[in-house]
Design a protein around this ligand. Structure first.
Ligand code: GLU
Length: 312
């Protein structure tokens, strides 16, 4: 199964889509920088979207702090920032479209029930694969909690960094959630709807999301939306191989001078910045980066240890 591809001559539209659950750390800076540079080097637009659809996870004031940090680091986005928390009506319309097409079904399973099902083997990303309990109708007397998409088929795509990818949705993921039991629309539905509405042609983001891409292409296909080109950048980890995040005590990027951080992110992305660039101004770093950005130099690995930025 393949999504409708976007014609190669359309204007490049890229985006950075952080979740405001913690301050910007080195890993998010890498994704922001890679997506912005790739867009600018193609003469494209670069958008910022705040992914606060998961309102219980969003930390109040964090999105504004992230935007201020991006500005201090010399990022310039096009147009207005899109806030997912203001778009529940749009996601609800997408869910209605999925219902009308028979692509989704209500699910009554609780987390505990799913954890107890013996044959729900682990999916590729380590989460539990849905065993199909409610696929053909809710068990008598049970109440719907969530909505799931009927997943099937093999998704293939070529990632600009990670190469050819293939996922058998039924085997590797199972029927996936689009509306959670707590009434929150799932990340997959929000991302696909927003990328299409914003006309995003190129998704450049961390390789921790490589495993979500097949689901997103599947959703694009059933919703009749175009499929962008994908490039998944290596994820910055600590010495234990854990992704840098608030949970793994990653340093906030605000703690070091912006030019120094930007140059470290360029090195991490295999761009080989010259000695001494870290002492230049933020504007000079951007000028060098725009001139020299090359996606082909990005290491073809899923993750990469970033010693300088792991611990406070
Ligand atoms: N909001 C996601 C994150 O912060 C990124 C989603 C995406 O780029 O598709 O990890």
């Amino acid at each position: 199964m393949r999504g409708r591809t976007i014609p190669e001559n359309s204007l490049y539209v890229g985006r950075f889509a952080p979740t405001p659950s913690g301050p910007l750390h080195f890993g998010s800076l890498v994704a922001a920088l890679g997506s912005a540079l790739d867009a600018r080097c193609h003469g494209g637009r670069w958008l910022v979207r705040i992914e606060d659809v998961d309102t219980p996870r969003a930390v109040p004031g964090m999105a504004e702090a992230m935007l201020a940090t991006l500005e201090r680091f010399g990022f310039e986005w096009d147009g207005e920032v899109l806030w997912q928390s203001r778009r529940a009506g749009v996601y609800a319309a997408a869910l209605e479209q999925l219902k009308a097409g028979g692509h989704v079904f209500p699910c009554a399973c609780s987390r505990r029930e799913l954890a107890e099902v013996p044959d729900s083997a682990l999916a590729r990303d380590g989460s539990r694969r849905y065993p199909g309990t409610c696929r053909d109708g809710l068990p008598p007397g049970s109440k719907p909690r969530a909505w799931r998409v009927r997943a099937g088929g093999t998704i293939r795509f070529k990632d600009a960094v990670q190469g050819c990818q293939e996922e058998d949705l039924a085997r590797d993921v199972g029927d996936y959630i689009v509306l959670r039991a707590d009434g929150v629309f799932a990340y997959q539905l929000a991302v696909v709807t927003d990328d299409a509405e914003q006309g995003v042609t190129h998704v450049v983001r961390g390789a921790d999301l490589l495993g979500s891409t097949a689901r997103q292409i599947h959703l694009q296909t059933v919703l009749g939306l175009p499929t962008p080109a994908y490039a998944h950048l290596p994820v910055a980890t600590n010495a234990a191989g854990e992704k840098l995040s608030k949970q793994t005590l990653a340093r906030a990027v605000d703690e070091a001078p912006p030019a120094h951080m930007l140059v470290s992110a360029l090195s991490f992305l295999g761009q080989n910045p010259p000695d001494g660039l870290a002492a230049a101004s933020v504007g000079e770093v951007w000028a060098w980066a725009r001139e020299n950005w090359n996606m082909e130099c990005v290491p073809r690995v899923l993750q990469w240890y970033a010693p300088e930025f792991s611990h406070p």
